[in-house]
Each structure stands twice: as C-alpha cells, then as structure tokens.
Design a protein around this ligand. Structure first.
Ligand SMILES: Cc1cc2nc3c(=O)[nH]c(=O)nc-3n(C[C@H](O)[C@H](O)[C@H](O)COP(=O)(O)OP(=O)(O)OC[C@H]3O[C@@H](n4cnc5c(N)ncnc54)[C@H](O)[C@@H]3O)c2cc1C
Length: 441
C-alpha cells in the first residue's frame, strides 16, 4: 500500500487506475505493534491501522479488494487471477504495471500435532486476533517456540498477560541475529522476568487432545501448554512469483534492481518478498523488516508513478526488547563478518546508560565489530536498559558511511549526565576496538 499510495501521489486517478488485492481483511497496519497490543501496552487495536481500506478508496482512489487472494500471475497475458473468498469466484484483472508486495511466509514446523488448535503464529493482524481470542480463554501456561525478536516480544506480551511462559530455542542462545556472547545477555533478561528458557533444544512434536494442543515435546522434555506461539522466523513469500517465472535469488527473495524492478518489464517488487543489497557484506540478503518494506514501497511507488528513485540497500539495523531490557544491532556481527570474508576484531565494553552517579543509570553492554585491516566499523550490538537500543543509530550511520574507528571515536555525540556518561558507551567501544585493531596489525 506504500507503493500504491506513492504512485497515486505521482499520478492522479485519471492517469493511473490502481487496483490492490489483499487476501486478508486489513490494509496498512503495524505488524510491529502486534506484540504490544497483545501485551496490552497498546490498548486500541485500531490504532495499529495506519490507513483503512475505506481511506485508500476514498482519499487515494485505490480500488482495494480485500479477501482476494491472487492465485496466478500470467506475465505474457499481463493478467492476475484472484480468488474472492466472499463470493467463492475467480476474477481476472489485466495490468500495465504490476507491483508485488507479497511479504513473508512464517515458518510452521512440519511436526506431529502442529496443526492443533492453540498453536498460533503472529504474522498478520488476523493471526493476532486469534491469539487475542486464545488469551481471553484465560490460559495459564504458554510456550513460545523460537527465540528471535518476535519470540522475544511475544514472551514479553505473555508475561504481561500473567501467563507462565516457557521459551524453547534450538540454538545456544536466543536472538541468533546477535553474536552468542550478546545473545547470552538476552537469555539472562528472559530469565530475569520469569521466562523459563530452554536453549539448544529442538521441538519434536506436540501432544494434543480433542484437536487442541496440550503440550510441546522437545528432545529433552514435555512442556504442558494451553497456548503455543510460534516465532520460528519467516521466508520471503515467493511461490506465486516463482511459478510465474520471476527469478528468485540466492537469498530466497525475488531478484530486483536498485529501482525495485524485477527482470520482467513492468513488474516491480518490494518489502519482505524482495531481495536487498547488504552494503557491508556486499551480498544479496532477505531481511524482513518493516522499515525496509516502507522505504522500498515508497521507492517502487515513485518508479511506478513514472518518477525515478532507487533504494540504496540495507545494513541490518534492528531493535527489540524483553520487558526493560533493550536489544539492538546493526551491520555485521563478528560471526557474520567472518562469513563475509572480513578479518574482524571485536571490542565489548560495559558502561552505563547515564552518568554513573545519575539516578536511573543502568548497565549497557556494547559490542563493536571492525575490520582488522582498515579499521572500518562493520557493526555493533547493544544490550541494556532504557536508552540502550537507540544508541545503535549512531553506529548505524558510521557503518552506513563506511567510517573508520578514528572517525567514530571523535564523533560529536551529545552528552549530559541524564543521557550518557561523558564518553558515550559507543565511543568507549570504538576506542577499545581501535586498540584491538592496533594490536592485530
Ligand atoms: C509480530 C511482528 C513484529 C514485527 N516487528 C517489527 C519491528 O519492530 N520492526 C520492523 O522493522 N519490522 C518488524 N516486523 C516486520 C514487518 O512487519 C514486515 O517486515 C513488514 O510488514 C513487511 O511488509 P510487506 O509489505 O513486505 O509484507 P506484509 O506486511 O506481510 O504484507 C504483505 C501482504 O500481502 C498479502 N498477500 C500475500 N500473498 C498474497 C496473495 N497471493 N494475494 C493477496 N494478498 C497476498 C498478505 O496478506 C499481507 O497482507 C514485525 C513483524 C511481525 C509479524
């Protein structure tokens, strides 16, 4: 819908007719807000909806067709076929330009019992309504499967709702988008808020009775569950485009150029289904983030509307939290840097979010990753309490602009006791990383 509304801003209804097919019942909502609505931090569900279908129809003259699932794309005939869930009929629509914003497909385990009632995902607002309904039935025990950021945020939501929460993660630490030493801090934070955490443990199946889930079975134990929330990650939703003959890249997402054009003339793709260029690893990646989807949607919309815009790529900046503990990352972790062919050095520092003497100062750990050869900042990870996560943005700009540690050390970041120590934790980490670079060369 970002692309559609941007294209509309470029071309009026007389010049460009826009039809939008959506298989669900909502448009333009913040999936990112779902855990906070379920956790009752955000009270009003409708506040997650940025623009309703009625707004798109009335103010943007976009013909939004809800509950229409596109089932086929014929590039030669320039048509899409959609199934209208309300009438049960198929409709075919021709196009001059086609924009694919198919999103991502949440992974579901192919395990015994996985289809039982009470095993829920949180990919869409429709899913969230199902979780909300399940929570209204006063469940006592919840198991979250998967310790990525969605699993983390859902664990928080369930804790807030007063459930006994267990989280099962197959890797050694939750938040596998961090290096393991930083993931260990997230594990501590989960335990601190009462989540029972089992890491290095895979789910092997689900026990059910009367079609409903009763327990999650892992290699080591059986965990009683009234409700199970899946946070196993997502993959680009490309099956439809793939079967239409559009190329899928090594990342598993649709191949697009910098303007978000696919190789098929007049066909564009943006968001979770589209491949992104990682500016540090210089590789194509599939990273599902709303911040990219919105920027790419705007870019594609300008191009669809006859303008010229390009999307410069991504560096994997993201933030999340578990109750009071904030988590953020940008660029490459040390492990990712090695995999991308760098020889990284990493410096980890413990500091405080405010001047150490200032009320409310709390611990923050910053891990900075740099290239041993050039001293370029490759990435950072931050875990700490209030005020920790958004510090990542300073490093993100350093990574984005290919700054080296010398430049970062002297960067003019703000200081006052309520906000940071005299040397911001990011700058202390940069100083330490510079020493590591010197030692390595
Ligand atoms: C719980 C949760 C929390 C998140 N938190 C954050 C966060 O804090 N920060 C962040 O940056 N990102 C976050 N994200 C990720 C972010 O929501 C996604 O990256 C973003 O929504 C992707 O936008 P998109 O338009 O590519 O896909 P989507 O928003 O998924 O939209 C794709 C749409 O296409 C529809 N569709 C798919 N196939 C068809 C078809 N064949 N026919 C018709 N319609 C179809 C789907 O129903 C869907 O509505 C979160 C996601 C979730 C689920």
């Amino acid at each position: 819908m970002s692309a559609a509304s941007q294209a509309r801003r470029m071309r009026g209804p007389d010049e460009l007719e826009i039809v939008a097919f959506e298989r669900g019942g909502f448009t333009s909502y913040s999936a990112c807000g779902i855990p906070y609505w379920l956790g009752r931090v955000v009270r009003d569900r409708d506040s997650l909806i940025a623009r309703s279908p009625e707004t798109f129809r009335r103010d943007y003259h976009i013909d939004v067709r809800l509950r229409h699932e596109v089932t086929a794309i014929d590039l030669d005939a320039a048509t899409v076929t959609a199934w209208d869930a309300e009438t049960g009929r198929e409709v075919t629509e021709g196009f001059d330009l086609l924009m694919l914003g198919l999103g991502a497909r949440p992974l579901r385990p192919q395990l015994p019992g996985a289809d039982a009632a009470g095993i829920l995902g949180v990919q869409t607002l429709g899913d969230a309504l199902e979780v909300a309904a399940a929570l209204e039935r006063d469940p006592r025990r919840a198991v979250v499967v998967g310790g990525g950021y969605i699993g983390l945020e859902m664990a928080e939501a369930l804790v807030r709702r007063g459930l006994e929460v267990t989280l099962v993660e197959q890797r050694a630490q939750p938040m596998s988008s961090l290096d393991e030493d930083m993931g260990a801090l997230v594990a501590d934070a989960l335990r601190e808020v009462g989540v029972v955490l089992y890491t290095g443990e895979s789910v092997t199946g689900f026990e059910t009775s009367d079609g409903a889930v009763r327990a999650v079975v892992t290699e080591q134990r059986t965990l009683t569950a009234d409700v199970v929330v899946l946070g196993l990650g997502v993959r680009p939703n490309v099956a439809l485009a793939d079967s239409a003959g559009l190329p899928v890249g090594a990342s598993g997402a649709l191949v697009v150029d910098r303007r978000l054009a696919t190789p098929a003339p007049g066909v564009w793709a943006a968001g979770d289904c589209a491949e992104k260029f990682h500016r540090v690893s210089r590789r194509p990646v599939a990273i599902a983030l709303g911040t990219y989807a919105n920027k790419e949607g705007r870019t594609a919309g300008i191009n669809l509307g006859g303008g010229y815009a390009s999307f410069p790529g991504v560096i994997g900046t993201a933030a999340s939290k578990i109750c009071d503990v904030e988590v953020a990352r940008t660029g490459l972790t040390a492990a990712e840097a090695r995999a991308a062919g760098f020889v990284p050095v990493a410096a980890t520092v413990d500091s405080t979010t405010r001047a150490s003497y200032f009320p409310g100062a709390s611990p923050v750990k910053v891990k900075l990753v740099a290239d041993a050869g050039t001293g370029h900042v490759l990435g950072a990870q931050i875990v700490g309490r209030e005020g920790a996560a958004k510090r990542i943005d300073a490093v993100a700009l350093a990574v984005w602009n290919e700054m080296d540690l010398g430049e970062l050390i002297n960067a003019d970041l703000s200081y006052a006791p309520p906000f940071s120590p005299l040397w911001d934790p990011v700058l202390i980490a940069a100083r330490k990383a510079a020493q590591e670079v010197t030692a390595a060369t």
